[in-house]
Write a new protein. Structure first.
Lengths: 718, 157
């Protein structure tokens, strides 16, 4: 299956020992087949050509949960005016997929970008999709839409050939028209169905245009939503207004994992325009505006009780001593190749422990939802990476069939893996149901910092041996809680023991951009640097000595050349890291300076060389790599949640430092376009090497080895 | 609603109801349905809510609505003139200076204020002026390029 496929690039020996990283916070709720939406769709859509892509033996089909309808990949509608509408369950969270998927359709249909519109993540209009995560949109949905559009193009050619009674092979589809070069006949693609609705279901086996012949894919098409973003016209979920809509706010516990002892809502209920809604421990209010709603919640007196809970200062011991069967999204697993123990017994193994703090996604737009009930049907607008998952959550909460729930996902203000859940949608829907009016709930930044979920904290123990010639002979790697994606080394090591140990997380944890891969690469690539020093080898030469993978070697060499690894200046710090994940092969090189008496780390330069197969949109790819580098600075250097006994201690943006303009290094992306390889999703992996590359550069500058992320929130210790 | 205030928004005089303690941002959102300025942090440290008040960069999420009485407010909705984008809006598009777009309104408003005060800022001046605006997608280098392009283009901002 697809999720397993990218794992198996690293864990080939015994594929299946590690569960695929599934990215959900909790297991998928029982799925109710929702064929209604397809029928409803076909009724809704007007005349023209409808191409429905049925999934055949596509490996991606397995990615859907058991019981989910798998037969529909996507559908495309071409109306009488030759407007092309693409319906996909994927969503746009800033990663640019709305643009790159449109490119795929434009390419195969030989149609202008301006004639294409994408309807995304609307549960009544688009085919079921498990969610937008794991960098699967480009490899899965991109290739499906290529096939659907290629099939549509061939159907158009058939229609024209039949109408003109000519050989189909001489017909040319270009610029939204079908043309016969012999007779000069030409007709817009929308006219070929002659005012009828023609529905064709095609299989997932259609040949598509090879990347070497792309003319629209492979180019830097500008972002299709740019105009509405720069004019402020785009309505995020938090900006949706409905007639008669009220604003909701929810009473929060004073600590995590607390239950309500008592609450006095008298004062809140007496406020003009305020309605208090109480249902067990859930207490919320509605009011005519956000300010009044917040004031009403503040006027509620409440008392809570909670068990004692661990703090951020003891978290790493806690994770190692509190094992769990599952981290919430994956179970533990281990694999062994060769035998490490005799090698460790014979030599002097290098041992080190690395730690990773919990961090918050901090999307610029906090969670928000507008809910509206009408005749028993619930409509919710919300920013989520899993609209169909949110639909399930709502159906389960309100005990109604999924057909009665319509989730609409307006392009959201940042996700980074942080918007997989539907809690705010449930809250808005509960309030809306109680007051009989549409209700918007928009979380405050403090709520987002406390009641969302975090990138998992983790502890990683590594033990290794390198022979005097620089070859790594044994490698043992134990990850506690961070997750198993990217856990296996890309190096050619004969003896390996790799294990993932899930733990009981005191904080709610879930997906994050390049989730476990960041933790595993931080530990591995830091340790590789240590190992190189232990045998007195240059870290680049040491890696080249132990790598076999041709694409990874190419990425390392391209990065080193561009960075100028051979031209390093004394007095500054230089570090590197490399790895492969989710179908991409990359290296990152860092230059740092250490400033002032506080020994503050100033990152001067980050170079990432990136091979993600055939490049769909170079400008957008560059933007993703550069953006990921900038975001990665935070987790590398200073981001960390502080907490004590169930209280988040830095749950405000003024207390939680994220990268800003003044932190910005020179960021350079070196793109390696492999037109002979399938396109991989590239929104995540640019993040994963930043911490190790910087940590290794700090060591190079100071001789101080930092093994905890964040590396230097208060400067480098003397 | 406790009362009303009268102010100028994007050139038009408006009388708007305000609730006690309401911020300028929430007034724009809830009472006027003007949602171009964004809520990001509620304490004036992310810049997503940035508007211009009498030409000055103002974090509307921590500015009481009453303080805007009699003032002239410019929001992102007021930058486009006669269907023509402001040069900085166009430069953001040309330089790919956005991904999710949620910080974009605030970034552009801050950038416009900078360019009106300092038509030819150095990179260090851009960084210093823009440091209160957060972009989580990490598009900082592109945003700086967009501001620099307008500065070098010499267009009236």
């Amino acid at each position: 299956m697809s999720e397993r496929a990218f794992h198996s690039t690293l864990i080939e020996a015994d594929e299946g020992c590690f569960e695929p990283e599934r990215y959900e916070l909790r297991s998928e709720p029982g799925f109710q087949p929702c064929e209604m939406s397809r029928r409803a769709f076909l009724q809704t859509v007007g005349v023209g050509l409808v191409v429905v892509l049925a999934l055949g033996e596509s490996p991606a089909a397995d990615a859907a949960p058991r019981g989910a309808p798998q037969e529909i990949g996507a559908w495309i509608h071409i109306d009488e005016n030759s407007r092309i509408t693409v319906f996909t369950g994927k969503v746009e969270v800033g990663q640019g997929i709305r643009t790159s998927l449109a490119q795929a359709v434009a390419e195969e249909l030989r149609a202008p970008m301006s004639s294409i519109e994408l309807v995304m993540g609307d549960t009544d209009l688009t085919p079921y999709d498990m969610g937008t995560f794991g960098s699967r949109s480009t490899p899965d949905m991109g290739s499906r839409l290529q096939k659907a559009a290629a099939a549509a193009r061939e159907l158009l050619r058939d229609l024209a050939a039949a109408q003109w009674k000519v050989d189909r092979t001489r017909l040319v589809v270009r610029d939204g028209k079908v043309t016969d070069p012999v007779t000069g006949a030409s007709t817009p693609i929308g006219k070929l169905t002659r005012g009828e609705k023609l529905v064709k279901t095609i299989l997932d086996t259609v040949p598509t245009t090879p990347a070497a012949r792309w003319t629209i894919e492979g180019t830097s098409v500008p972002r299709v939503t740019g105009h509405e973003m720069v004019t402020g016209k785009h309505r995020y979920a938090s900006n949706i207004m409905r007639p008669g809509m009220l604003h909701g706010s929810v009473l929060r516990a004073d600590r995590l994992n607390a239950s309500l002892v008592n609450a006095d809502t008298t004062a809140a209920a007496a406020m003009p325009g305020v309605t208090v809604v109480r249902d067990g421990d859930f207490i919320g209010v509605t009011a005519p505006d956000t300010t009044t709603a917040a004031d009403a919640v503040a006027a509620i007196k409440s008392e809570w009780k909670a068990p004692p809970q661990p703090s951020s200062t003891t978290i790493y011991d806690y994770l190692k001593t509190h094992s769990a069967e599952s981290s919430g999204w994956e179970r533990g697993g281990a694999r062994e190749t060769g035998s490490v123990d005799p090698v460790f017994a014979a030599g002097k193994p290098l041992k080190a422990t690395y730690t990773i703090a919990y961090i918050a996604h901090t999307p610029m737009e906090p969670r928000a939802a507008v809910a509206e009930w009408s005749n028993g049907k619930l409509t919710v607008w919300t920013g989520t990476q899993r609209p169909f998952g949110v639909r399930s959550e709502l159906a389960t909460t309100f005990q109604i069939p999924e057909e009665q729930v319509h989730v609409i996902m307006p392009d959201t203000g940042g996700g980074y893996g942080g918007k997989h859940t539907g809690e705010v949608a449930v809250e808005a829907a509960r309030l809306a149901k109680a007051v009989g009016k549409p209700v918007k709930v928009r979380w405050t930044r403090e709520e987002e910092f406390t009641w969302a979920y975090f990138r998992p904290a983790g502890v990683i123990d590594v033990t290794s041996v390198a022979a005097p010639d620089g070859s790594i002979t044994a490698w043992e790697f134990h990850n506690y809680n961070s997750g198993s994606s990217g856990i296996g080394p890309p190096y050619d090591i004969p003896n390996q023991r790799i294990e993932f140990h899930p733990a009981k997380s005191p904080l709610r944890q879930g997906s994050y951009r390049a989730l476990a891969a960041s933790a595993n690469h931080f530990a591995r690539e830091s340790h590789i640097d240590e190992l190189a020093h232990s045998v007195k080898m240059d870290p680049l030469k040491f890696r080249l000595r132990n790598l076999k993978d041709e694409r990874l070697l190419a990425a390392v060499n391209a990065g080193a050349d561009h960075f100028g690894w051979d031209k390093r200046t004394p007095g500054l710090g230089y570090g590197m890291a490399c790895g492969t994940e989710k179908g991409s092969f990359l290296s990152t090189f860092a230059e740092v300076g250490i400033e002032g008496p506080a020994r503050r780390v100033r990152v001067h330069r980050l170079v990432t060389a990136f091979d993600c197969g055939a490049i769909v949109n170079p400008a957008e790819l560059r933007s993703q790599i550069e953006g990921a580098a900038m975001m990665g600075l935070g987790g590398a250097l200073f981001e960390a949640m502080r907490f004590e006994n169930g209280k988040i201690l830095n749950g405000r943006l003024s207390e939680y430092r994220v990268p800003r303009f003044s932190d910005m290094p020179s960021i350079e992306a070196v793109l390696i376009d492999r037109k002979d390889q399938p396109s991989a999703g590239a929104g995540e992996t640019g993040l994963m090497l930043i911490p190790a590359a910087i940590g290794n550069a700090i060591f190079n500058a100071t001789g101080v080895r930092l093994r905890s992320m964040p590396l230097a929130p208060k400067g480098v210790p003397a | 609603m406790a009362g009303t205030i009268t102010l100028t928004i994007n050139g038009s005089s408006r009388t708007v109801p305000v609730a006690p303690g309401q911020s300028l941002l929430i007034m724009l959102h809830d009472n006027l349905d003007m949602t171009g300025a964004k809520y990001g942090c509620g304490e004036g440290v992310c810049g997503a809510c940035t508007v211009l008040m009498d030409g000055e960069v103002t974090r509307s999420c921590i500015t009481p609505a009453e303080m805007a009485a009699g003032k002239s407010i410019t929001t992102i909705e007021g930058l486009e003139q006669n269907g023509k984008l402001h040069p900085l809006q166009a430069a953001f598009m040309e330089n790919g200076a956005l991904q999710c777009g949620y910080c974009t309104s605030g970034m552009i408003m801050s950038g416009v204020a900078l360019l009106r005060k300092t038509p030819h800022p150095t990179d260090a001046e851009i960084v210093r002026f823009m440091d209160g605006n957060v972009c989580r997608c990490g598009l900082h280098p592109h945003i700086i390029r967009a501001i620099r392009q307008v500065s070098e283009g010499g267009e009236h901002v």
